[in-house]
Ligand binder design. Structure first.
Ligand code: GLU
Length: 309
C-alpha cells in the first residue's frame, strides 16, 4: 500500500539540517540546508540544526563553528539550541541496549580485510556475508556489533525521487551499529536523534538515499515513527563528481550570501526572479518562503553546479 508506514501529516512540520563538521560548507550542503529549511518553514513548521560529530575521527576542529557562522551569514534562522551528537552517547547506548535486549544485535569478529571479497552494496560499502550471525567462530572476539536484518523489501514514497524500495538484508546485510573503535554508527545516531527531536520530515541530499531503508528498519525496531523523506539532487562538478572536500569544492564563504541563496534556489528548480539577489538575504528569504514548492525540485540524483565546483 503506497505510504504505508509513514506517519500521518503533522499539523506542524519539523525539519532539520544535519551537517557533518568535516570541513567548511560547500554549495551542495547549502542546497540541503535551503531545501530542508524552506520545506519546513513553508508549511509553518520548525527547523532544527544538528551537528553530526558522532564520527569523531572525521570531525575537524573548528569546522562546526565555521558552519554556524556561514549559516548565520546566509541569514538562516534555526529553532532552539544546536544539538551536537558528541553529547548524545547515552541516548545511542539506550537505543542500542533496547535492540540488544530484543535479540536484534550480534557481535562480529570480521575485519575489513576478511570482508574484502564480499559483494559491494549500492552505496559502495561491503555487503556483510553473515559470518558471525549465528555465533562467533571459535577463538574470535567481537570487534563490532551488527543489527540482525530480517529479509524483505523496505519501501517509502520520497517527496522528490518517488517510490524507493530496497531489500536491506539482500543489498547491505546486517549492518554495524557499534563500531570497532567504540563509536556508535551514523545510522543509529540519526534515527535516535530525529525521533528524540520529533522530526517529521527529512529533506537531504540524494547521496543519503541508500541509507534511508536502513534507517526505516531501525525506526521500526525501536518503535519510532517514520518521517516523510525528500532527497534533493546532489550538486556535482563538471566531471559529475559530488562536490566535497575530496573534489576540492569551493567553500561558499568567498561568494556573496544573497547570490549563494539564489543559486541554491535556482539549482532546486524554484525559478527565482532576476534581480532577487540585489535585495540581500532578507529579500531572498521572504520570496523563497512564500514561493517554495517541492514539486519543482528536479527528480534527479545529481545536477552539475559548475560555478561552485
Ligand atoms: N551528516 C550527514 C551529512 O552531512 C547528513 C545526515 C542526514 O541528513 O541525515 O552528509
Amino acid at each position: 500500500m503506497p505510504g504505508a508506514g509513514l506517519i500521518a501529516p503533522h499539523a506542524v512540520p519539523v525539519g532539520r539540517f544535519a551537517p557533518s563538521p568535516s570541513g567548511p560548507l560547500h554549495f551542495g550542503s547549502i542546497v540541503a540546508a535551503v531545501g530542508s529549511c524552506l520545506s519546513a518553514r513553508h508549511g509553518g513548521g520548525r527547523w532544527l540544526l544538528r551537528i553530526e560529530d558522532v564520527d569523531a575521527p572525521r570531525t575537524v576542529a573548528g569546522a562546526a563553528d565555521g558552519i554556524l557562522r556561514t549559516l548565520e551569514r546566509l541569514g538562516f534562522e534555526w529553532d532552539g539550541p544546536v544539538l551536537r551528537q558528541s553529547g548524545r552517547t547515552a541516548a545511542y547506548r539506550d537505543a542500542f541496549e533496547r535492540l540488544r535486549a530484543g535479540g536484534s544485535i550480534f557481535g562480529c569478529a570480521c575485519t575489513r580485510r576478511e570482508m574484502a571479497d564480499s559483494a559491494l552494496a549500492r552505496d559502495g560499502t561491503r555487503r556483510y556475508p553473515g559470518t558471525c550471525r549465528d555465533g562467533l567462530p571459535p577463538g574470535r572476539v567481537a570487534r563490532a556489533w551488527r543489527l540482525r536484518v530480517a529479509p524483505g523489501v523496505v519501501g517509502f514514497d520520497d517527496g522528490v525521487q518517488g517510490r524507493v524500495e530496497e531489500d536491506v538484508a539482500a543489498d547491505v546485510g546486517d549492518f554495524v551499529l557499534l563500531r570497532a573503535d567504540g563509536l556508535f554508527a551514523y545510522q543509529l545516531a540519526v534515527v535516535v536523534d530525529d525521533a528524540a527531536a520529533g522530526v517529521t520530515e527529512v529533506v537531504r541530499g540524494a547521496d543519503l538515499l541508500d541509507s534511508t531503508a536502513r534507517q526505516i528498519v531501525l525506526q521500526r525496531l525501536l518503535g519510532y515513527p517514520t518521517p516523510a523523506y525528500a532527497h534533493l539532487p546532489v550538486a556535482s562538478n563538471a566531471a559529475g563528481e559530488k562536490l566535497s572536500k575530496q573534489t576540492l569544492a569551493r567553500a561558499v564563504d568567498g561568494a556573496e550570501p544573497a547570490r549563494v541563496l539564489v543559486d541554491a534556489l535556482d539549482f532546486l528548480g524554484q525559478g527565482p526572479p532576476a534581480g532577487l539577489a540585489d535585495g540581500g538575504t532578507t529579500a531572498v528569504w521572504t520570496w523563497a518562503r512564500a514561493n517554495w514548492s517541492m514539486a519543482r525540485v528536479p527528480r534527479r540524483r545529481a545536477v552539475p553546479a559548475p560555478r561552485y565546483g
